[in-house]
Write a protein that binds this ligand. Sequence first.
Ligand code: GTP
Length: 616
Amino acid sequence: MSTIEKQLDRQKHIRNFSIVAHIDHGKSTLADRILELTHTVAERKMKAQILDDMPLERERGITIKMNSVEVHYDGKDGQHYIFHLIDTPGHVDFSYEVSRALAAADGALLVVDASQGVQAQTLANVYLALDNNLEILPVINKVDLPSADPAGTKAEIEDDIGIDTSDAAEVSAKTGLGVADLLEKIVRVIPAPTGDLTAPLQALIFDSKYDPYRGVVLSIRLKEGQVHLGDRIRLMNSNMDYEVTELGVFSPDARPFDELIAGDVGYLTASIKDIHSARSGDTVTSAEHPAEKPLRGYRPMTPMVYAGIYPTDNAKYNDLKDALDKLSLNDASLAYEPETSTALGFGFRVGFLGLLHMDVVQERLEREFDLEIVITAPTVTYHVVKTDGSQESIANPSEIPDASSIKEIQEPFVDATIMVPEEYVGAVMELSQAKRGIFQTMDYLDKSRVNVKYKMPLSEIIFDFFDKLKSSTKGYASLDYTVAGYVASELKKIDILLNGDKVDALSFISHKDFAENRARVVTGKLKEVIPRQNFEIPIQAAIGSKIIARTNIKAYRKDVTAKIHTGDPDRRAKLLDKQRAGKARMKSVGRVEIPQEAFMAILKNGDDEQYNKGLS
Ligand SMILES: Nc1nc2c(ncn2[C@@H]2O[C@H](COP(=O)(O)OP(=O)(O)OP(=O)(O)O)[C@@H](O)[C@H]2O)c(=O)[nH]1
């Protein structure tokens, strides 16, 4: 066979697919079984959820990053197949990962838990897959569970989604039952990639990460042409040329090759040190024979919430900037720009897709970049219409102008879809109403499940709505939402004064009906979390010049070593160290030391009844 014939033969045997599902329906476990059955990972190296290789993913048991891996499979037809499998996260906060993964695939395994059926993110992921013209293969999972209802689940997939289930696989990703049949179905149902092997190179960058030795490592899906070690390549949007230094696939560790061809999903390095020139969504082409135009990239993501991130030590500002630059390579949904705070100094206003995303970014900055940071309470973006007719978008409550110059403040509303068994509809409605939701429609999906739609303020939904929804429906409700637009609301800016000084980073926005109670809860929380100092600290909450809540932190001097009479120097040193470490994430504002928890006080509305009181 000539080289091109060999390449064509290889292309014909490639199957590129993503695994998508609602959270916890078993994607990563299914990926494990596929890797095991195909002997991709040596038995002694196999561990549960092997593709979730980030420590944070393993600790929390969730997928945060997509992962692509090459798998070899000998089909029953005697042919050798190459699967490029891309595992994706399930949580809404990481949906940008899913959409990028899907652009690299030709098909999607839609995993649905047979004991839970179709859930809100099942639908959201199907729409993403259909947007990318992918062939969808339904996989009914967890058939080993006594409560599994594979037939009912198939009926839901047909009725709610409109996808034919005659090819659907029934599996238990846990026991491995049915997975061998699934591999055969993948060969049959997922189409082989197309793409002209002799056309100019066009490869989509769908992910990237920074490696201190190799520079930027690009994850690519070749759509047209081919690329070889040593080729001169061009990043089309940033218009930069490089020489390919390494090529290959993840399997799941990096395995270098000499070439990648149209249809392959792999990685490429080219000593790219300039982080800004290698972004997801760009197209790699040949510098000698460039393609005429780049591939369709990705729509940039609009952050849902913003928070300030500041180094606890002001001298570390540049380290934080560098860390955000590098992290944003691997987290394409991260948006940030510099900001300053009177209380906290120089930092960044960072945009996130949700609170879990914010949490993950905070942890990654601290762990992967060894930084100590303070993060302020998250907020949505408000539109402020001024009396002179001008309008501003504001994602930092402290920047809301003086009330006298404001005509109205508008806040983002979402269309929320909640899927829930009938018996919990009452609880869902009560909760939605308490969060300022406006009822839209209610439809029966089947005999016992209901789809309830509400318009709701994003700010209410983002903070604790989901947790509350889960607890009031014993975990049965699932939620999906899309931003619907801006609506004028009666919103007030509440300032917090510590020791008489306004702390800009603690200002927050609240609906007027909630304002006084929230102010009381927040001042109370601050009193709990700010350590006593050797002078009394008044805490006040104010709307403009009107104080709406106040409390005091009494003076006290904590001497942790006072208890140690015998003066064991080791023990004394240890205690002092502990006290110092406890202070690590404190920020001195004026004479008051404020710990990290204080900035989150407005989220910690433990006393919810109190917090939501005032609502009619
Ligand atoms: N009984 C049973 N449990 C399963 C099966 N497949 C997965 N699980 C369990 O379901 C839970 C979720 O599985 P994961 O594979 O982490 O789910 P996921 O969809 O990858 O989760 P995210 O990536 O975080 O959305 C784990 O506790 C698995 O052990 C199955 O076939 N049967």
